[in-house]
Design a protein around this ligand. Structure first.
Ligand SMILES: Nc1ncnc2c1ncn2[C@@H]1O[C@H](COP(=O)(O)OP(=O)(O)OP(=O)(O)O)[C@@H](O)[C@H]1O
Ligand SMILES: [Mg+2]
Length: 506
């Protein structure tokens, strides 16, 4: 392979976001003409950031980019496009009320509109789409084809696809792969971002693995195995262990039987999941985000409809009950999206401290008058017990730091004395001290005999806290085991779509 074949060369790329997050720590990346290059890594590894830099959407803090040997510095995506670089984002960016054709030609001068050429592109690449159909009426697989067509019509020959198969059916995925092989034959470079090991092994020629903003290695796909990739992807530093007594497991308090739940898009997000969480146990759910964890939690906490199956809380059928009924029955929820579900930022600390229990007679009197004295004293208790740093109970929640906002949510939920706690990404975005505080608190709750269901994209968190864990992939559990019984490799492979039984038979 001559060096002329290297069309993309990124050197020493560092990216620090304005809020101080270091997403990339000196990344070297290369892609060749006529190759499908996989970019693999866990959530937060920096894949999207790196490719946004290549496609001109973000500026690197440091580092150099060479396209076909020439040094470039893109000021915008339009400039990268002029160099033949285009990115299809995971959240498709077409104008939903426009037709396919209108989307393809959007922004181009009208004299450059050449319908014959679009049709020819569709023929040669297999990217067929009805030109006059309104985009929002089309299935996601077809919309994605339109995005790719749009790029090809603009003469893109370095095509970046960010997790392109996430919302595709298996048939659509096959069709996409067929197209990608054709594009590769035409000499185009395709950069394929994914978490899915099978896909990476099936479609790519080489794979670069990122972990925590650094390149772990580059492998030729022919020489790669799922075991190797899994190890590269999740390889852990020595895991820092939190003090934890052996669990004293009691009765099953939360029982989920053959649960089926739909996603916002109408497909199945949860496909027949069953498990039990016992008193005195933390049951962790790991997995790459977007594999149905969110929908599962929403179904359990009454925020999303259960289509089939059953959920029982301490023996009582709670399927499709409302969040307030669930709360009365002893279920607390530390939501993933605390800005939306957890707190009302413009309200004061005291008001937020009683959300969910605001109808309690303690807080509300006749004619719906608020009993402020009681509310303030409740809020003061929450602040003291959970060591929340706030200017006072009357301060707006917006004025608290992220860590203290989260402590308020957690504290509020635990003050309700629940039997079962559902915690979704409970330490996301928190600093080390706040993270440790919340993790210890969850363990304390477990030791007090509560049943805790923990969902986290942070694998370390799952490994540290869980007594048993499951790995979720495309709406199913790939296996349930004690964390100490699983190897890194097994976890990585389950995250990438292999079942535990399957892995152990290999
Ligand atoms: N706009 C932003 N501001 C601050 N931090 C950000 C921003 N976008 C991403 N990050 C952070 O940068 C790191 C890398 O994120 P990035 O989205 O590139 O990861 P990724 O590998 O694409 O992950 P995923 O698999 O979840 O898509 C993460 O820690 C993320 O939280
Ligand atoms: Mg990403």
């Amino acid at each position: 392979m001559s060096s002329d074949d290297v069309v993309v060369r990124m050197k020493g790329i560092v990216k620090v976001y304005p809020d101080g997050t270091v997403a990339l720590r000196g990344v070297d990346f290369e892609a060749r003409r006529g190759e499908i290059h996989g970019l693999l890594g866990e959530n937060g590894a920096g894949k999207t950031t790196l490719m946004k830099i290549l496609s001109g959407l973000l500026k690197p803090t440091k580092g150099e980019i060479y396209i076909r040997g020439k040094k470039v510095q893109f000021k915008s995506a339009a400039e990268a496009l002029k160099h033949g670089i285009g990115m299809v984002h995971q959240h498709l960016a077409l104008v939903p009320v426009f037709t396919v054709l209108e989307n393809i030609i959007l922004g181009l001068p009208s004299k450059s509109v050449d319908i014959e050429r679009i049709k020819e592109l569709m023929e040669t690449t297999g990217l067929k789409a009805p030109l006059n159909a309104i985009v929002e009426d089309l299935p996601l697989g077809v919309r994605q084809r339109v995005e790719i067509l749009k790029m090809l019509y603009r003469n893109v020959d370095i095509l970046i696809l960010d997790e392109p198969t996430t919302n595709l059916t298996p048939t659509e995925t096959k069709e996409l792969f067929r197209t990608l092989r054709i594009l590769k034959e035409q000499g185009k470079t395709i950069i394929f971002i994914t978490h899915k090991l099978k896909e990476a092994l099936e479609i790519t020629d080489r794979i670069t693995v990122l972990r925590k903003g650094k390149v772990v290695g580059v492998v030729e796909t022919k020489k790669a195995t799922p075991e190797l990739l899994a190890r590269m992807m999740v390889g852990r530093e020595v895991i820092f262990r939190i003090e934890k007594k052996p669990p004293r497991i009691g009765e099953p308090l939360l029982v989920v039987e053959d649960l089926w739940v739909r996603s916002d898009l109408g497909g199945w997000a949860v496909k027949g999941i069953s498990f039990k969480v016992h008193a005195g146990e933390i049951f962790g759910i790991a997995g790459v985000e977007g594999n149905g964890q969110k929908e599962l939690i929403e179904a359990i906490t009454g925020l999303r409809k259960v289509e089939r199956g059953k959920i029982k809380l301490m023996g009582i059928d709670i399927t499709n009950k409302s969040p307030s009924e669930l709360y009365k029955l002893g279920l607390a929820h530390i939501p993933e999206d605390r800005q939306r579900l957890g707190l009302i930022l413009d309200m004061i600390v005291a008001e937020n401290s009683i959300l969910g229990i605001q109808r309690n007679r303690l807080f509300i009197g006749k004619l719906l008058s608020m009993k402020w004295k009681n509310i303030f004293s409740h809020a003061t208790k929450v602040i003291r017990r959970f060591e929340i740093i706030a200017p006072g109970v009357k301060a707006p929640v917006r004025s608290l730091s992220g860590g203290n906002q989260q402590k308020l949510v957690v504290g509020r939920e635990i003050m309700k004395e629940p039997k079962v706690i559902v915690a979704a990404q409970p330490t996301r975005g928190l600093d080390v001290a706040a993270t440790e505080y919340i993790r210890k608190l969850l363990i304390k709750m477990r030791d007090e005999g509560k049943a805790i269901l923990l969902v986290s994209a942070d694998l370390d968190e799952i490994l540290q806290l869980s007594d048993r864990m499951a790995v979720m992939y495309e709406g199913e559990f790939m296996g349930i085991a004690k964390p100490e019984e699983l190897t890194e490799e097994e976890i990585g492979m389950m995250m990438g779509g292999y079942r535990l039984e399957q892995i152990r038979r290999r």
